[in-house]
Design a protein around this ligand. Sequence first.
Ligand SMILES: Nc1ncnc2c1ncn2[C@@H]1O[C@H](COP(=O)(O)OP(=O)(O)OP(=O)(O)O)[C@@H](O)[C@H]1O
Length: 263
Amino acid sequence: MNSTPQRGADEVVVLSRVRRAYGAEHTGVVALDGVSIGFRRGTFTAVMGPSGSGKTTLLQCAAGLDRPTSGSVLLDGVELTGMSERKLTKLRRERIGFVFQSYNLLPALTVEDNVTLPLRLASRKAEPGSVARVLEQVGLAGRGKRRPDELSGGQRQRVAIARALITEPAVIFGDEPTGALDTHTALEVLRLLRSAVRDGGRTAVIVTHDPVAASHADRVVFLADGRIVDEVYGASAETIAERMTHLGAWAEHPAVHVPGGSV
Ligand SMILES: Nc1ncnc2c1ncn2[C@@H]1O[C@H](COP(=O)(O)OP(=O)(O)OP(=O)(O)O)[C@@H](O)[C@H]1O
Protein backbone atom coordinates (compact mmCIF):
# COMPACT_ATOMS: atom_id res chain seq x y z
CA MET A 1 0.00 0.00 0.00
CA ASN A 2 2.14 2.82 -1.28
CA SER A 3 -0.53 5.21 -2.47
CA THR A 4 -0.74 8.52 -0.63
CA PRO A 5 -4.23 8.99 0.84
CA GLN A 6 -5.91 12.33 0.14
CA ARG A 7 -6.58 14.81 2.90
CA GLY A 8 -10.22 15.07 3.86
CA ALA A 9 -12.95 15.49 6.41
CA ASP A 10 -12.08 12.20 8.12
CA GLU A 11 -8.91 13.70 9.58
CA VAL A 12 -9.29 13.65 13.35
CA VAL A 13 -6.30 15.92 14.02
CA VAL A 14 -5.22 18.68 11.66
CA LEU A 15 -2.22 20.93 12.20
CA SER A 16 -1.93 23.93 9.90
CA ARG A 17 1.28 25.96 9.65
CA VAL A 18 2.17 25.19 13.24
CA ARG A 19 5.22 27.04 14.47
CA ARG A 20 6.63 26.60 17.97
CA ALA A 21 9.54 28.81 18.93
CA TYR A 22 11.33 29.07 22.24
CA GLY A 23 13.23 32.14 23.41
CA ALA A 24 13.93 35.33 21.47
CA GLU A 25 12.97 35.59 17.78
CA HIS A 26 16.52 35.69 16.39
CA THR A 27 18.50 33.77 18.99
CA GLY A 28 15.92 31.22 20.17
CA VAL A 29 15.10 27.70 18.98
CA VAL A 30 12.42 26.96 16.39
CA ALA A 31 11.15 23.50 17.41
CA LEU A 32 8.41 23.41 14.75
CA ASP A 33 8.77 25.50 11.63
CA GLY A 34 5.39 25.74 9.90
CA VAL A 35 4.20 22.14 10.12
CA SER A 36 0.98 21.21 8.31
CA ILE A 37 -0.28 17.65 8.64
CA GLY A 38 -3.49 15.69 9.14
CA PHE A 39 -4.08 12.35 10.88
CA ARG A 40 -6.97 10.33 9.48
CA ARG A 41 -9.46 8.52 11.70
CA GLY A 42 -8.69 4.83 12.10
CA THR A 43 -5.02 5.12 11.15
CA PHE A 44 -1.74 4.50 12.96
CA THR A 45 1.07 7.02 12.34
CA ALA A 46 4.65 6.97 13.58
CA VAL A 47 6.66 10.21 13.78
CA MET A 48 10.42 9.82 13.37
CA GLY A 49 13.41 12.10 13.06
CA PRO A 50 16.78 12.91 14.60
CA SER A 51 17.05 13.99 18.23
CA GLY A 52 15.86 17.58 18.56
CA SER A 53 13.95 17.53 15.25
CA GLY A 54 10.66 18.45 16.98
CA LYS A 55 8.86 15.10 17.40
CA THR A 56 7.77 15.57 21.01
CA THR A 57 6.84 19.19 20.34
CA LEU A 58 4.68 18.07 17.41
CA LEU A 59 2.93 15.48 19.58
CA GLN A 60 2.42 17.93 22.43
CA CYS A 61 1.02 20.65 20.18
CA ALA A 62 -1.31 18.11 18.50
CA ALA A 63 -2.50 16.92 21.92
CA GLY A 64 -3.08 20.37 23.40
CA LEU A 65 -0.29 19.88 25.95
CA ASP A 66 1.76 22.67 24.41
CA ARG A 67 0.61 25.83 22.65
CA PRO A 68 1.99 26.71 19.21
CA THR A 69 3.53 30.16 18.79
CA SER A 70 1.36 30.45 15.66
CA GLY A 71 -0.77 28.25 13.44
CA SER A 72 -3.82 26.14 14.12
CA VAL A 73 -4.57 22.73 15.65
CA LEU A 74 -7.99 21.13 15.10
CA LEU A 75 -8.97 18.09 17.14
CA ASP A 76 -12.19 16.42 16.03
CA GLY A 77 -13.17 19.71 14.43
CA VAL A 78 -12.45 21.77 17.57
CA GLU A 79 -9.82 24.53 17.39
CA LEU A 80 -7.37 24.10 20.28
CA THR A 81 -5.33 27.26 19.83
CA GLY A 82 -6.75 30.06 21.94
CA MET A 83 -8.80 27.67 24.06
CA SER A 84 -8.76 28.36 27.82
CA GLU A 85 -6.61 26.06 29.97
CA ARG A 86 -9.73 24.75 31.73
CA LYS A 87 -11.46 23.79 28.46
CA LEU A 88 -8.26 22.32 27.09
CA THR A 89 -7.84 20.12 30.17
CA LYS A 90 -11.45 18.91 29.86
CA LEU A 91 -11.02 18.18 26.16
CA ARG A 92 -7.76 16.28 26.78
CA ARG A 93 -9.43 14.15 29.46
CA GLU A 94 -12.39 13.32 27.26
CA ARG A 95 -10.98 13.09 23.76
CA ILE A 96 -7.31 12.14 24.07
CA GLY A 97 -5.46 9.11 25.41
CA PHE A 98 -1.76 9.24 26.32
CA VAL A 99 0.86 6.54 26.55
CA PHE A 100 4.35 7.56 27.71
CA GLN A 101 7.67 5.73 27.75
CA SER A 102 7.65 5.79 31.56
CA TYR A 103 4.06 4.41 31.89
CA ASN A 104 3.08 7.19 34.35
CA LEU A 105 0.95 4.92 36.53
CA LEU A 106 0.12 5.83 40.11
CA PRO A 107 1.87 3.21 42.28
CA ALA A 108 -0.58 3.47 45.20
CA LEU A 109 -3.59 2.65 42.99
CA THR A 110 -4.66 -0.78 41.77
CA VAL A 111 -4.60 -1.56 38.06
CA GLU A 112 -8.37 -0.99 37.90
CA ASP A 113 -8.14 2.35 39.68
CA ASN A 114 -5.31 3.46 37.39
CA VAL A 115 -7.38 2.51 34.34
CA THR A 116 -10.49 4.36 35.52
CA LEU A 117 -8.60 7.46 36.70
CA PRO A 118 -9.32 9.51 33.54
CA LEU A 119 -13.04 8.81 34.00
CA ARG A 120 -12.97 9.88 37.64
CA LEU A 121 -11.04 13.04 36.73
CA ALA A 122 -13.77 13.80 34.21
CA SER A 123 -16.47 13.02 36.83
CA ARG A 124 -17.66 10.11 34.73
CA LYS A 125 -18.52 6.60 35.86
CA ALA A 126 -17.24 3.51 34.09
CA GLU A 127 -19.95 1.75 32.05
CA PRO A 128 -20.77 -1.61 33.68
CA GLY A 129 -18.32 -4.21 32.42
CA SER A 130 -16.16 -1.68 30.57
CA VAL A 131 -13.13 -2.01 32.87
CA ALA A 132 -13.13 -5.82 32.62
CA ARG A 133 -13.54 -5.50 28.84
CA VAL A 134 -10.64 -3.12 28.37
CA LEU A 135 -8.39 -5.17 30.69
CA GLU A 136 -9.21 -8.26 28.66
CA GLN A 137 -8.50 -6.35 25.47
CA VAL A 138 -4.97 -5.57 26.68
CA GLY A 139 -4.39 -9.10 27.98
CA LEU A 140 -4.71 -8.28 31.69
CA ALA A 141 -7.99 -10.03 32.52
CA GLY A 142 -8.11 -10.88 36.23
CA ARG A 143 -5.21 -8.53 37.12
CA GLY A 144 -7.38 -5.54 38.09
CA LYS A 145 -6.63 -5.77 41.81
CA ARG A 146 -2.84 -5.85 41.37
CA ARG A 147 -0.63 -2.83 41.88
CA PRO A 148 1.81 -1.54 39.24
CA ASP A 149 4.90 -2.72 41.16
CA GLU A 150 3.60 -6.30 40.92
CA LEU A 151 3.65 -6.09 37.12
CA SER A 152 6.35 -6.34 34.44
CA GLY A 153 7.24 -3.35 32.26
CA GLY A 154 5.17 -4.69 29.38
CA GLN A 155 2.19 -5.28 31.65
CA ARG A 156 2.50 -1.75 33.05
CA GLN A 157 2.47 -0.33 29.56
CA ARG A 158 -0.63 -2.41 28.82
CA VAL A 159 -2.29 -0.84 31.88
CA ALA A 160 -1.34 2.56 30.44
CA ILE A 161 -2.92 1.56 27.10
CA ALA A 162 -6.08 0.37 28.90
CA ARG A 163 -6.16 3.74 30.69
CA ALA A 164 -5.83 5.48 27.33
CA LEU A 165 -8.63 3.38 25.80
CA ILE A 166 -11.19 3.60 28.63
CA THR A 167 -12.50 7.04 27.62
CA GLU A 168 -12.87 5.91 23.97
CA PRO A 169 -10.70 8.85 22.87
CA ALA A 170 -10.65 10.39 19.41
CA VAL A 171 -6.90 9.82 19.31
CA ILE A 172 -4.19 8.06 21.31
CA PHE A 173 -0.79 9.75 21.43
CA GLY A 174 2.30 7.79 22.43
CA ASP A 175 5.71 9.34 23.14
CA GLU A 176 8.21 6.49 22.76
CA PRO A 177 5.67 3.99 24.13
CA THR A 178 8.03 1.08 23.54
CA GLY A 179 11.24 2.94 24.47
CA ALA A 180 11.65 1.19 27.83
CA LEU A 181 10.65 -2.30 26.68
CA ASP A 182 12.61 -5.28 25.36
CA THR A 183 12.06 -6.30 21.74
CA HIS A 184 9.52 -9.01 22.44
CA THR A 185 7.45 -6.93 24.87
CA ALA A 186 7.64 -3.92 22.56
CA LEU A 187 6.17 -6.07 19.79
CA GLU A 188 3.22 -7.05 22.00
CA VAL A 189 2.52 -3.40 22.86
CA LEU A 190 2.71 -2.38 19.19
CA ARG A 191 0.32 -5.19 18.22
CA LEU A 192 -2.04 -3.94 20.88
CA LEU A 193 -1.97 -0.41 19.52
CA ARG A 194 -2.35 -1.80 16.01
CA SER A 195 -5.44 -3.79 17.01
CA ALA A 196 -6.94 -0.79 18.87
CA VAL A 197 -6.71 1.00 15.52
CA ARG A 198 -7.73 -1.83 13.19
CA ASP A 199 -10.37 -3.57 15.32
CA GLY A 200 -11.35 -0.75 17.69
CA GLY A 201 -11.42 2.03 15.08
CA ARG A 202 -9.13 4.23 17.20
CA THR A 203 -6.53 6.66 15.80
CA ALA A 204 -2.96 6.43 17.07
CA VAL A 205 0.05 8.70 16.66
CA ILE A 206 3.36 7.68 18.22
CA VAL A 207 6.84 9.13 18.34
CA THR A 208 9.59 6.54 18.05
CA HIS A 209 13.28 6.22 17.29
CA ASP A 210 12.90 2.58 16.31
CA PRO A 211 12.33 1.69 12.62
CA VAL A 212 10.92 -1.71 13.67
CA ALA A 213 8.33 -0.04 15.90
CA ALA A 214 7.53 2.47 13.14
CA SER A 215 6.99 -0.36 10.63
CA HIS A 216 3.85 -1.34 12.59
CA ALA A 217 2.27 1.99 11.63
CA ASP A 218 0.31 2.63 8.43
CA ARG A 219 2.31 5.77 7.82
CA VAL A 220 5.66 7.12 8.94
CA VAL A 221 6.27 10.87 8.97
CA PHE A 222 9.85 12.15 9.08
CA LEU A 223 10.83 15.40 10.74
CA ALA A 224 14.12 17.26 10.43
CA ASP A 225 14.83 20.69 11.90
CA GLY A 226 11.18 21.22 12.80
CA ARG A 227 9.83 20.47 9.33
CA ILE A 228 8.16 17.47 7.73
CA VAL A 229 10.62 16.34 5.10
CA ASP A 230 9.31 12.93 4.06
CA GLU A 231 6.68 10.27 4.65
CA VAL A 232 6.11 6.64 3.70
CA TYR A 233 3.10 4.34 3.79
CA GLY A 234 3.15 0.67 4.74
CA ALA A 235 6.95 0.62 4.73
CA SER A 236 9.24 -2.10 6.05
CA ALA A 237 11.70 -1.45 8.89
CA GLU A 238 14.52 -1.55 6.30
CA THR A 239 12.91 1.13 4.13
CA ILE A 240 12.24 3.29 7.19
CA ALA A 241 15.82 2.90 8.46
CA GLU A 242 17.12 3.82 5.02
CA ARG A 243 14.95 6.99 4.91
CA MET A 244 16.23 7.90 8.36
CA THR A 245 19.82 7.85 7.15
CA HIS A 246 18.83 10.31 4.40
CA LEU A 247 17.51 12.76 6.98
CA GLY A 248 21.09 13.45 8.01
CA ALA A 249 21.83 14.44 4.42
CA TRP A 250 18.74 16.64 4.38
CA ALA A 251 19.86 18.46 7.52
CA GLU A 252 23.21 19.22 5.85
CA HIS A 253 21.71 20.30 2.51
CA PRO A 254 18.10 21.34 3.15
CA ALA A 255 17.93 23.47 -0.01
CA VAL A 256 18.34 20.51 -2.35
CA HIS A 257 15.72 18.26 -0.74
CA VAL A 258 12.17 18.11 -2.05
CA PRO A 259 9.86 16.94 0.75
CA GLY A 260 7.84 13.80 0.21
CA GLY A 261 4.67 15.79 -0.32
CA SER A 262 2.87 15.32 2.98
CA VAL A 263 0.51 18.25 2.67
N1 LIG B 1 10.95 24.00 26.86
C1 LIG B 1 11.88 24.22 25.92
N2 LIG B 1 12.66 25.30 25.95
C2 LIG B 1 13.58 25.54 25.01
N3 LIG B 1 13.82 24.71 23.95
C3 LIG B 1 13.07 23.61 23.88
C4 LIG B 1 12.07 23.28 24.84
N4 LIG B 1 11.48 22.10 24.47
C5 LIG B 1 12.12 21.72 23.36
N5 LIG B 1 13.05 22.60 22.99
C6 LIG B 1 13.93 22.52 21.81
O1 LIG B 1 13.12 22.31 20.68
C7 LIG B 1 13.74 21.41 19.78
C8 LIG B 1 12.81 20.22 19.51
O2 LIG B 1 12.67 19.47 20.73
P1 LIG B 1 11.83 18.13 20.80
O3 LIG B 1 11.90 17.63 22.20
O4 LIG B 1 10.49 18.35 20.21
O5 LIG B 1 12.67 17.18 19.82
P2 LIG B 1 12.59 15.60 19.64
O6 LIG B 1 12.69 15.34 18.19
O7 LIG B 1 11.41 15.05 20.37
O8 LIG B 1 13.94 15.16 20.35
P3 LIG B 1 14.34 13.77 21.08
O9 LIG B 1 14.29 12.71 20.02
O10 LIG B 1 15.75 14.03 21.56
O11 LIG B 1 13.37 13.55 22.20
C9 LIG B 1 15.06 21.02 20.41
O12 LIG B 1 16.07 21.86 19.87
C10 LIG B 1 14.86 21.32 21.87
O13 LIG B 1 16.07 21.62 22.51
